[in-house]
Design a binder for this molecule. Sequence first.
Ligand code: AMP
Ligand code: ZN
Length: 109
Amino acid sequence: MDCIFCRIVEKSQPADIVYEDDALIAFKDIRPKSDIHVLLLPKAHIPTVNDLDEHHVTLMGRLFLTAKKLAAQWSLVEPGYRLRVNVGRGGGQIIDHLHMHLLSGQRKR
Ligand code: AMP
Ligand code: ZN
């Protein structure tokens, strides 16, 4: 398996990492679609939301709470921000390692 996000987790692929703990990592999107565009993801390779089960409940809770914490840290509570998870090709998912987009500010084309 060759997964670019796993390589970022393992530090064999460079990324602009803005947050990391034992279970999660966040880095700037390489092609930002808003002024602020960060990807937040579990370090464990879970391909998509379709692969989640009961074992992931705590991890997914942490994903949301960490997104909230980062948004507060970066003063995004006002004006607000968007959290987006694409699922499957038809849902806009290109990289099959579950990730949450945290977007805020002016949209870029
Ligand atoms: P998705 O369409 O939800 O799968 O989102 C994948 C996102 O990953 C896109 O917004 C890409 O711009 C971004 N991306 C792809 N490769 C990298 C990388 N090496 N570092 C940071 N972001 C990346
Ligand atoms: Zn992966």
